[in-house]
Design a protein around this ligand. Structure first.
Ligand code: KG4
Ligand code: ZN
Length: 334
């Protein structure tokens, strides 16, 4: 069979990234230009600044990626692009670059949903086994997805308000940690004790999540401690918050596996890098005979390789777009 080389382009938030992936699993080259330092001083991503940075970076990132892979555009089979969801201005920059390359080099254009990308980041390490449940937890999403086979997605539930990564970043801000605070809260929690009492979010039988109440509870707790002249013990707050979050997510994930009689679990998205979440799910999966896999740390947060990997399977299913393809800030995973 002829090898398939997909160029993946990702620009949905604050990372400009291009990758070349062979046959949906072998990463030949990945270049990521992150804007984290630029947005950190604002406490979060500023959409207008993000789009301008993508404009500045995209051609350099693309050139460097081709050089790293020692390939020419003529050797690329097809171009996969994150068309959505994400920040509309940011998405448009990647999309215009992809469309231009598709037009000039006469290459098929493959639209990839950002969540499909996160899910297929797993395929860069271990070939996906079906049927599976995917737990997608990132700065913008918290979803449980059932997959019967490659590129078939059934959303079982998701967040009704804030995404879990967003919540991590907000809690970090409360204790004075700059954006994105998720990784720092994760580290702090490991040395703290879960001594603060926090509410358990949406403790019901559904596959949905709700984290805004928990976020408000942390903000109120910090405020009350200050009013009482007491020092907030950051490590303990991080541990208390993280324990509630990980328990809630793990419980619903294990329920989905049981209800759907599935014994493959994958996790995806920035929060999939979380140490406690990985440990807890690994333990529960071992106890319940579930095969648990997760992406390498470098493929958890946004990157072009996950888009190229997903693009390979979309391409195989004939999901090709024409040059009328538009970005969508919101779209159902399908
Ligand atoms: O997937 P991603 O790069 O962007 C979106 O698609 O949203 O995820 C970024 C999010 C941020 O909110 C960041 O704080 C969070 O993932 N994150 C973590 C960890 N590493 C990244 N949250 C908890 N623990 C971590 N170790
Ligand atoms: Zn993402």
């Amino acid at each position: 069979m002829k090898d398939i080389y997909i160029l993946g382009i990702e620009s949905s938030c604050d990372e400009t990234s291009c990758s070349i992936v062979k046959n949906g699993c072998e990463n030949l080259a990945t270049v990521i230009s992150s804007q984290i330092d630029i947005h950190a001083s604002f406490g979060g991503v500023v959409p207008e600044i993000a789009s301008r940075e993508h404009v500045k970076n995209i051609t350099f990132v693309l050139e460097e990626c081709l050089t790293k892979a020692n390939m020419k555009m003529s050797e690329i089979t097809a171009i996969a692009i994150t068309y959505g969801p994400g920040l509309i201005g940011s998405l448009l920059i990647g999309l215009e670059a992809a469309k231009t390359l598709s037009f000039i080099y006469n290459k098929p254009l493959i639209p990839v949903h950002h969540i499909a990308g996160h899910i297929y980041a797993n395929n860069l390490n271990n070939k996906l086994k079906f049927p599976l449940i995917a737990l997608v937890a990132s700065g913008g999403h918290t979803e449980l997805v059932y997959m019967k086979e490659d590129y078939s997605f059934e959303k079982l539930g998701g967040t009704l308000d804030d995404a879990i990564g967003e919540c991590y970043d907000k809690v970090a801000r409360v204790v004075g940690i700059p954006y994105p605070g998720g990784p720092s809260i994760d580290k702090l929690a490991l040395v703290g004790k879960a001594t603060y009492k926090l509410p358990i979010p949406l403790n019901d039988n559904s596959y949905n999540f709700s984290f805004s109440g928990l976020k408000s509870a942390v903000i109120n707790l910090a405020h009350n401690e200050k009013q009482r002249g007491r020092d907030l013990i950051k490590e303990d707050l991080a541990a208390s918050f993280q324990t509630v979050v990980v328990d809630t997510i793990s419980k619903k994930t294990m329920k989905a596996l049981k209800d759907y009689n599935v014994d493959n679990l994958i996790i995806a998205g920035g929060v999939a890098a979380n140490k406690l979440l990985r440990e807890k799910l690994a333990t529960l999966c071992t106890e319940n005979g579930v095969n648990f896999t997760f992406p390498e740390m470098k493929y958890c947060t946004d990157n072009g390789a996950m888009i190229a990997a997903a693009g390979y399977f979309a391409y195989k299913k004939g999901r090709i777009a024409d040059l009328n393809l538009n970005s969508k800030s919101n779209d159902k995973l399908n």
